[in-house]
Design a protein around this ligand. Structure first.
Ligand SMILES: *Cc1c(COP(=O)(O)O)cnc(C)c1O
Length: 457
């Protein structure tokens, strides 16, 4: 093609996807169902109703419908910050001296600063449509809580966020963004729930954990009339909503006849990666095209690369259903020096099944290598990336450097999930040369595996 590919490939508003794509419809081996932790039987619609919104349960359990309409009300809000651009990283390519062509889909162009808004809007909308008063959730670093606060403000539903206490204290600005959008933010563990009071009694002075905040948010939802619990990653419904990332990316690349050889994304609970790869994976599953797909995770929280494929609890309080996934055990907590997010012990059931079936690869990086990549990216491409996103940048840079050795002109697409303005404490550590790496030993991991529930199916 003689036409030069532009730096930014935009779609017109009129070209935005009007349906989400459900990759489960094309999977031969479906992801395993959620199990009731009491009976170890698949959770039924009625069992899930006290916890989740009805429409979202339907989406969670739907393994067969390939395309699901995006309601017009959600599209109206998507239009305020979407379509998001696919960028050609010309300057990074030049700095690396690689013949590879690098593209990234940038999801940080909204105030919450990440892709999480794509699912937050859908979840707030379905809560509103069901006539609920509000939703509860947990947040660790704060991106999900921020996205949900925005979405709830748009649709006029109440939003109660349980924020891991250490983040509540260390990230006061995240907290204030959420409050500005009208959410109430409670440091977890708190004395507003039974489970919170119990944890505070047992461990006075604890700074909290994500698993504990999940348990509190679930209790707050199920004990109050007109409230439901919502989750920003891991679940099938969240991957479905995030498919808007991949659908837009594919359409934008198709416009210029570009076909990626390698698709790379960071993996925490798997929602951005699942969303980015969905339409490409669909083609791969249907035998229409082939792509190398790579998940990148922190070496300090290596669910894919060192975890077990097993049923596990989604939370520390063990109140949530069991999910079959690559997991480090619900008791696993990354070492305290881990700065970069992506600290969830498990992984999306969809991605876990695809990985198990050899349809995608995974690799892990130590955080100093991730911040090296973040810094190189910021200095060449201008965007200050979130530490989570920088795992994907590291993966893309390494693939581009391999091309430099072999002379191959591969096309790489990666997901740049967000910006890092609220993560400057981690950048400060890196800039001061005080960032260290800790890779859990096999013995560390065994402790987490010992807590896996015994499920025979
Ligand atoms: C939450 C988050 C992630 C990781 O979550 P996934 O569900 O794995 O996508 C990655 N990047 C950013 C910026 C995030 O906020």
């Amino acid at each position: 093609m003689s036409e030069k590919i532009p730096y930014k490939i935009y779609l017109e508003e009129s070209e935005m996807p009007r349906q989400w794509y459900n990759v489960r419809a094309d999977m031969k081996n479906k992801p395993a169902p959620l199990l009731n932790p009491g009976t170890l039987k698949p959770m039924t619609f009625d069992e899930l109703r006290p916890v989740f919104c009805d429409e979202l349960i339907k989406q969670e359990m739907d393994d067969t419908t390939a395309y699901i309409d995006i309601p017009e009300e959600i599209l109206d809000f998507y239009r305020m910050y979407r379509p998001s651009p696919v960028m050609r990283a010309y300057n990074l390519e030049k700095a690396l001296g690689t013949p590879a062509k690098i593209y990234y889909k940038f999801e940080g162009n909204n105030t919450s600063g990440s892709h999480k808004l794509n699912s937050a809007l859908a979840q707030a909308y379905y809560a509103k449509k069901q006539g609920l008063n509000g939703v509860t959730t947990e947040t660790g670093a704060g991106q999900w809580g921020t996205a949900l606060s925005m979405a709830c403000a748009f649709f006029g539903v109440d939003c109660k966020v349980y924020m891991v206490k250490v983040s509540y204290e260390q990230k006061p600005f995240r907290r204030e963004v959420m409050r500005t959008y009208g959410a109430s933010v409670t440091p977890s563990p708190s004395n507003t729930t039974n489970i919170g009071r119990k944890i505070l009694e047992e461990f006075p002075g604890t700074t909290g954990s994500l698993g504990c905040a999940i348990s509190e948010a679930v209790e707050a939802a199920t004990s109050q009339e007109g409230y439901r619990y919502v989750l920003g990653s891991v679940l099938n419904q969240v991957l479905l909503h995030q498919s808007v990332i991949g659908l837009e990316a594919k359409k934008a690349l198709d416009k210029y006849g570009i076909k990626p050889d390698i698709i790379i994304g960071c993996a925490g609970g798997g929602s951005n990666l699942g969303g980015l790869i969905s339409p490409f994976m669909g083609e791969k599953l249907r035998g229409e095209a082939d792509y190398r797909i790579i998940a990148v995770e922190p070496a300090s929280c290596p669910s894919f690369t060192r975890g077990k494929f097993a049923y596990d609890f989604c939370d520390t309080g063990m109140v949530c259903p069991l999910a079959k996934m690559y997991t480090l055990g619900s008791g696993f907590i990354p070492s305290p020096n881990h700065a970069g997010g992506l600290r969830y012990h498990g992984m999306s059931s969809i991605l876990s099944q695809l990985y198990h079936d050899g349809l995608m690869e995974a690799r892990s990086y130590e955080q100093t290598a991730v911040f090296d990549a973040a810094t190189q990216f910021a200095r060449t491409e201008g965007i200050l990336p979130a530490p989570e996103s920088s795992h994907a940048i590291r993966g893309a840079i390494d693939e581009a450097l391999k091309c430099k050795e072999t002379g191959e002109e591969k096309t790489i697409l990666f997901g740049l999930t967000g910006t890092g303005y609220f993560d400057m404490t981690a950048y400060e550590k890196y800039n001061n040369g005080e960032m260290s790496d800790y890779i859990p030993t096999d013995a560390d991991l065994e402790k987490g595996f010992a807590g896996l529930p015994k499920v025979d199916l």
